[in-house]
Write a protein that binds this ligand. Structure first.
Ligand code: AMP
Length: 183
């Protein structure tokens, strides 16, 4: 289970574009499209995540809509595990279970199919992945959703952690957290 050197982290961080005041004033948006279009940087990151998680006892990778799908699907393929999309309310066609979470103003809701983690195992282990954790609300709701669906959110991975917002402190202590890059 290797972590990255300072130089490797700086390399990946240099590939992420900072967009000030998006989607609203005061937010510094971490734009990962500049990392994705760089084949070397994207491969380096997925290779690293594969090395980090290959010996863990995982059954599924679940990605949070929508940027979590990109990293999650690439990693699931490498790990030879199934991929489950965690979507915003109203997007999934079959019977769903959902979890609400508070936003700055109002609420949002994440959903999965009721049989998303159904397999031959009783309580399959899931790795949750997203591009970034800020306040932790989305990740917390997603972990609750996975656990209440009969699976076990064993691990959660974020490419970027905005540590000053303390998002990871909000998460279930039974889930092992790995943030690749910390800001
Ligand atoms: P939160 O629920 O506050 O942890 O927000 C996490 C979700 O919002 C993730 O799905 C991120 O993709 C997105 N997000 C929040 N803040 C940013 C940011 N500064 N840059 C890019 N994405 C962000």
């Amino acid at each position: 289970m290797k972590t990255l050197t300072k130089e490797q982290k700086e390399y990946l961080l240099s590939k992420i574009r900072n967009v000030p005041d998006f989607p609203k004033p005061g937010i510094m948006f971490k734009d990962i499209t500049t990392l994705l279009k760089d084949s070397e940087a994207f491969s380096f990151l997925i290779d690293h995540l594969f090395e980090y998680y290959k010996d863990k006892d995982l059954d599924f990778v679940a990605g949070i809509e929508s940027r979590g799908f990109i990293f999650g699907a690439a990693l699931a393929d490498r790990l030879k595990k199934g991929f489950v999309p965690i979507r915003k309310k109203g997007k999934l066609p079959y019977t769903t279970i959902s979890e609400k979470y508070a936003l700055e103003y109002g609420f949002d809701e994440v959903e999965i199919h009721i049989d998303a983690f159904e397999c031959e195992k009783e309580n399959p282990n899931v790795l949750l992945i997203d591009d970034l954790i800020a306040t932790g609300g989305t990740a917390k709701a997603s972990i609750n959703l996975i656990n209440k669906s009969g699976a076990n959110c064993k691990d959660a991975c974020f490419i970027v952690d905005l540590t000053f917002l303390n998002g990871t402190k909000e998460l279930d202590k039974n889930t092992e957290i790995y943030s690749v890059l910390e800001i």
